[in-house]
Design a protein around this ligand. Structure first.
Ligand code: MG
Length: 416
């Protein structure tokens, strides 16, 4: 019998797993921080309205051995303030990080002389908290941030995309009227967004999409492509409503049915030419492969936290790109910390569609770090965001901004 060929680890995943193997950092402590950032305007989806952006941050305090300089590691958790997107909300991830993951990291550090473990050794920590990928992803990011900062390497540099530019897509929440929606669309077009994602709810989807098409027919200047996101609000009885959207040339219909209703997604995909995209349903690389191979979706929304971290996201990106499966980077209304990370991912080569990578100032009234550089390209009129090469996953949060927006913090010793 022939031996089964060993799975080949993609080069970028290899590079990610090697982060931290070349240097040594002592872990001295950790801090959990909860901040609350104001939105420019409330964000409505089919399943709820978000009025501000609460965030949990993981902060690791490290030091180079022999009394050397301090090195910080920060990781932003993608969990929302409620469970409308995912079972993990900010209170849940706080508890998981405090009770399970940070003590697990401390135990791992003690087993290697108090050193911060390399990224490639963190998989056992994920195993301590099954079903909590968002909490794990924040810890993974904080560990990588410290190691990369100590090495003077940026995440974008690790991926080979530092200095490149990404054309972001915009995300619009539900609007009170078609006129209000079209005003918002026009502002996105004027700003140079190449794609606008619109939230839809059962019953008004056709009016929404036909209004977008009517606007596009008469719009001057930059006309973005449109995609719609239902956040799982439709049931199998609504198939015909979604089929009726097929003539409008949408980039994709995102997560129309509940996360576990793969049969309805498959049926819809078989009935329309518009690509069906999964978001909430994809909880790891295995789920992505199964969904694509079974015809349940033909476009993949890559959200590192939902997939189980950056390593899992790189696995998915490599698999999709090798197979020519279109993918794009989804957003969680991150602060500038999280968005630096997703923007770097969105700059990777491959069959990549515009991601939810709008500059944070388009949706946050205050941020924890300065904005990414962005500009409108002469000629095309398209907005692009520059991928920065700052050491680490993202810059260290601004101390004054943290103090202003912090609502809770917890200091945890990891050295005992
Ligand atoms: Mg979505």
């Amino acid at each position: 019998m022939e031996a089964t060929p060993a799975a080949v680890t993609p080069p970028l995943l290899q590079a990610w797993n090697a982060v931290g193997t070349g240097g040594a950092l002592l872990v001295e402590g950790a801090e959990l921080v909860r901040v609350d950032l104001p939105f420019v305007a409330p964000v409505g989806t089919a399943v709820g309205t978000h009025r501000s952006r609460p965030l949990v941050l993981v902060h690791l305090r490290c030091r180079r051995p022999d009394g050397g300089e301090a090195v910080d590691g920060w990781g932003e958790c993608a969990a929302l303030g409620d469970t409308t997107y995912d079972a993990e909300d900010v209170d849940g991830v706080w508890s998981t990080l405090e009770r399970v993951l940070l003590p697990g990291l401390a135990a791992g550090a003690r087993s290697i002389g108090g050193l911060l473990p390399p990224v490639g050794s963190l998989e056992s920590l994920a195993g301590l908290a099954p079903g909590h990928p968002l909490a794990y992803a924040a810890l993974e990011t904080a560990v990588a941030d410290a190691h990369l900062r100590a090495a003077g390497t940026s995440f974008a540099g690790l991926l080979g995309v530092a200095g490149s530019e990404v054309a972001p897509g915009a995300v619009l929440g539900t609007a009170d009227s078609p006129a209000e929606l079209l005003d918002a669309v026009a502002r996105c077009a004027d700003a140079g967004f190449v794609r606008v994602k619109v939230k839809i709810v059962p019953g008004s989807e056709l009016a929404t999409v036909s209004a977008l098409a009517g606007w596009a027919d008469s719009a001057p200047g930059n006309v973005p492509r449109f995609q719609v996101d239902a956040n799982g609000a439709y049931g199998s009885e609504d198939l015909d409503r979604l089929v009726a959207l097929d003539p409008y040339g949408l980039l994709c219909i995102e997560q129309p049915f509940a996360r576990h209703d793969l049969a309805s997604h498959r049926e819809l995909a078989a009935r329309i030419r518009t690509p069906v995209c999964l978001d909430e349903s994809l909880d790891g690389p295995a789920a992505v492969r199964a969904a694509v191979v079974s015809g349940t979706c033909s476009v993949v929304c890559v959200k590192p936290a939902r997939l189980g971290g950056i390593g899992a996201a790189l696995d998915v990106v490599a698999w999709c790109s090798a197979g020519g499966i279109p993918w794009w980077v989804g957003g969680m209304f991150e602060s500038g910390l999280g968005r630096r990370v997703t923007t770097a991912l969105g700059a990777l080569a491959g069959p990549v569609l515009p991601g939810d990578l709008a500059p944070t100032e388009s949706y946050l009234a205050a941020d924890l770090v300065g904005p990414e550089r962005s500009h409108v390209v002469p000629g095309s009129g398209h907005l692009v965001v520059a991928v920065s090469g700052d050491p680490g996953m993202a810059p260290v949060p601004d101390a004054a901004a943290l103090a202003t927006h912090r609502v809770h913090r917890l200091e945890l010793g990891l050295d005992s």
